[in-house]
Design a protein around this ligand. Structure first.
Ligand code: MTE
Ligand code: HPA
Ligand code: MOS
Length: 788
């Protein structure tokens, strides 16, 4: 009653109803009764801005808590002759120093392949590799003790370059090849063939919250770990393995992350295991939070890729053949590199239909920290290479790249290189809408005009289309669970395997529950992610957190709803099929009854109806045969495109982005504000990767860009002056939760257009410039290219 009354009468809700949705969402049609959830802000926004949101370092500490600090290898490659921790151990306030020798279980935390030790043992393979953990009464003491540890290491020659590693046969896994048609014979049909090389650099995640964990013992040696991880089950499994106990002895609990971006899919594990080890050994609570510079030095980043490509086109610019070899710089252990390598292959032809292609990828073992997941998961790297090939062809043929891009867009019924038939292909629609709204030819003409009348300033424009597959490419990971409690007062508590890391997945799950049960969102609470409530979770990754966990929540809520309707039918003496739940009221044959949600819940409980349900969702249809590299790996694809205009100061080499104009396929967005935030954030991150973010190691494998003065990420000053995103009006696929498509990663790849927009500006200034593909295009590199 109250909810309904509020919606109709309170001035506040009237104000909400009158609130204009952002202009770009005007033409989306929304289900009206969802209006409250649709205009809902991220449920964390108030606690974020008031500083009340809880992160690992904010958890009130227990009496007797000790603090850990890590001693890491100062060299990238070597044989460990000795490790002297005696001085550290004797320091006042130090409780213990742990090394590989102290591990009761296995010194092994590898997720995909067991090739990663927790503490170096016998050899070191990267600068920053953990060798020992000091635990002390406070952080400062722990860090001082770390400085007193001495390692005697016989240095070996480090390898930091992927191609060099490949030549030496140092591969993390056997190479992988995707192919279709027959590239060998296709070259004969090509009117134009171009070759080139393309490089893209690493990228530091720079999540605001550093890697961290807080572990303590419960009863009977049971360890509870509060970790900043995207993958609680992986942490649970690895910690159990390190401690030599069954998984049921380890409980992992996650409230939220201060950003993950893939950097905590696998790499939160080490610090969680260390905290758990120390807590178990000392029977004291132990907390480890990395300092920024240690986090930057010790953890892996986006994989740099180096590639050779050959592209063949017909007279009328159809891409007939594409051949490429990718060298992925994997770092010293596999981590997620094999899965990332695969996704580079899945996206190696981006949104183009290419009848003949063959792409081979090598995951190369180098003496760098193990590189890892980063928003896009290898997709961006694969796409940068095909876009490089197209830019090369466009330059040689003296046509705008967008002509070649557009000619080769996938169409309905085309098949991807990996065999999946393309359905609901939206790239053409995105292009048409972008052209209609943004007038691409006129924009290009404006850029030309500007360049004609400006000697020292040049503009460049580029188009970046994107097609990104949604699902984990490892079939078994495409499952999730939810546990839903309806309490006696009608409020609802939900646990799932999803991790909130700023992307708004908790808000979306809350919306799903409120929508499915047709209740006020304020009645719903999302609980922490905890392995004892929801077990065997996939990491929150692959942009599919909301889809997988949302679907599981929806299933559980549907069950509860039907159970409650059954109770209502009995109470109201009618047939089950006549009963519906709407806006917190029971309706019979579409007519509102006297029975409210809260009353119904109360009655159901008294009638001993179970008010708890769990949902298990496993994405249907997805399958992929790794042996032949063919199958149907993705539930659906997300499409979109961006037009980017850059302006370069040709005296200084400075640049900025004038405009980024996008059309993005959200499906039927259930959270427009959140989704728009994801687009903006991902775009900024993509542009950063392509322009100013330069991960630099010296020849000895030591990180040079190891703090925020040497590693620059985009801030408000480097944001494009104009950012616009029009949602493609579509119904959205059933495989997406409430037909609202996954949005976390795809827009990152719009940033790739930034590189080519800058390149086109250089071309406008320096006629001798031969386009090269060596991202990021830092301002230093820009200056060199303007005058080369
Ligand atoms: N957005 C914020 N604010 N913080 C993050 O850490 N991670 C990204 C993306 N958006 C991230 C983010 C990555 S890498 C992925 S895979 C998805 O969110 C994961 O969440 P989802 O599956 O719920 O979209
Ligand atoms: N995407 C993101 N994370 C993953 C994947 C994937 O496809 N596979 C395993 N971890
Ligand atoms: Mo995202 S790279 O799949 O965590």
């Amino acid at each position: 009653m109250k909810f309904e009354a509020e919606r109709q009468q309170s001035p506040e809700s009237a104000a909400i109803r009158d609130l204009k949705l952002p202009r770009h969402f005007d033409f989306l049609t929304f289900r009206l009764f969802d209006f409250l959830t649709l205009t809902m802000k991220n449920i964390d926004s108030i606690s974020h801005v008031t500083g009340r949101s809880l992160y690992v370092d904010d958890i009130p500490v227990r009496t007797g808590t000790l603090y850990g600090a890590v001693f890491a290898s100062p060299v990238a490659h070597g044989i460990v002759k000795g490790l002297d921790v005696s001085k550290a151990e004797k320091m006042e306030g130090v409780a213990a120093v742990f090394t590989a020798a102290d591990i009761p279980g296995e010194n092994q935390i590898g997720g995909v392949i067991p090739d990663e030790v927790l503490f170096a043992d016998g050899k070191v393979e990267f600068n920053g590799q953990p060798m020992a953990l000091v635990v002390a009464r406070d952080e400062l003491t722990a860090r001082k003790a770390v400085a007193a540890i001495r390692a005697d290491i016989e240095a070996l020659e480090p390898v930091t370059d992927a191609r060099e590693a490949c030549e030496k046969g140092m591969l993390l896994v056997p190479p992988s090849t995707f192919q279709t048609g027959d590239v060998g014979s296709a070259w004969d049909q090509c009117a134009h063939i171009f070759e080139g090389r393309s490089e893209s650099g690493g990228q530091e995640h720079l999540y605001i919250e550093m890697q961290g964990s807080y572990a303590y013992l419960m009863e009977n040696g049971h360890v509870k770990i509060r970790s900043s991880t995207q993958g609680p089950t992986h942490v649970q499994k690895a910690a159990a393995n390190v401690l030599g106990v069954p998984m049921h002895q380890v409980e992992v609990d996650v409230t939220r992350l201060g950003g993950g971006f893939g950097g905590k899919e696998d790499q939160a594990t080490a610090y969680a295991c260390m905290a758990a080890l120390a807590a178990a050994k000392l029977e004291k609570p132990v907390k480890i939070i990395l300092h920024r510079m240690d986090d930057m030095r010790m953890t892996g980043k986006r994989h740099p890729y180096s590639a050779d490509f050959t592209i063949g086109l017909s007279e009328d610019f159809k891409i007939l053949a594409y051949k490429a070899t990718f060298y992925q710089n994997g770092g010293a252990a596999a981590d997620l590199s094999p899965a990332i390598l695969d996704r580079s292959l899945f996206h190696s032809t981006n949104t183009y239909y290419i009848p003949n292609s063959k792409v081979t990828a090598y995951s190369c073992k180098t003496n760098l920290p193990p590189n890892t997941a980063f928003r896009g998961f290898g997709g961006p790297q694969g796409m940068f290479i095909i876009e490089s090939a197209i830019a090369k062809a466009a330059h040689e043929l003296n046509v705008p790249a967008r002509i070649i891009q557009q000619k080769n867009f996938m169409k309905e019924g085309d098949y991807f290189q990996y065999g999946q038939v393309a359905k609901n292909v939206n790239i053409g629609k995105c292009f048409q809408l972008a052209d209609k709204e943004y007038h691409m030819v006129a924009m290009a003409r404006e850029v030309d005009h500007f360049n004609k009348y400006n000697q020292w300033k040049k503009k460049g424009m580029a188009l970046m289309p994107v097609c990104f597959g949604i699902s984990f490419t490892n079939k078994s990971m495409n499952q999730a669970r939810a546990l839903v409690h309806v309490y006696q007062d009608g409020s609802v508590g939900i646990s799932t395997g999803a991790i909130e890391m700023g992307q708004g997945v908790n808000t979306k799950i809350l919306q799903v529950a409120a929508h499915t049960l047709s209740i006020n969102p304020e009645r719903v609470k999302i609980e922490t992610t905890n392995t004892t409530r929801v077990s065997n979770t996939s990491p929150t990754a692959a942009s599919s957190g909301a889809d997988l966990n949302g679907k599981a929540t929806e299933m559980a809520c549907k069950q509860l709803s039907s159970r409650l309707r059954r109770t209502a039918a009995i109470l109201l003496n009618t047939k089950l099929t006549n009963v519906s739940l709407r806006n917190e009221w029971v309706y019979v044959n579409g007519v509102k009854s006297e029975l409210s949600w809260t009353e119904l819940v109360k009655k159901a409980h008294l009638d001993r109806v179970c008010l708890t349900e769990q949902g298990h969702y496993a994405t249907p249809m997805v399958d992929f045969d790794k042996k032949i590299s063919k199958g149907h790996p993705f539930a659906y694809h997300v499409y979109g495109l961006a037009i980017i205009v850059a302006e370069v100061d040709c005296l200084r080499g400075n640049y900025h982005f004038d405009k980024v104009l996008m059309v993005h396929d959200f499906g039927n967005s259930m959270s427009p504000d959140i989704d728009m935030g994801q687009v903006e954030g991902a775009l900024a991150q993509g542009l950063g990767w392509m322009t100013m973010e330069e991960v630099a190691y010296d020849a000895e494998g030591k990180l040079l860009s190891n703090n925020l003065s040497t590693y620059k990420i985009p801030d408000i000053y480097s944001a494009p002056r104009e950012v616009k995103c029009i949602p493609l009006p579509t119904k959205g696929p059933k495989a997406a939760i409430l037909r609202s498509k996954a949005v976390g990663e795809p827009p990152l790849m719009y940033g790739i257009g930034g590189y080519f927009a800058l390149q086109n500006a250089i071309k406008a200034f320096n006629p001798d410039y031969v386009p090269d593909f060596d991202a990021p295009m830092t301002m230093e590199k820009m200056l060199l290219r303007l005058y080369q």
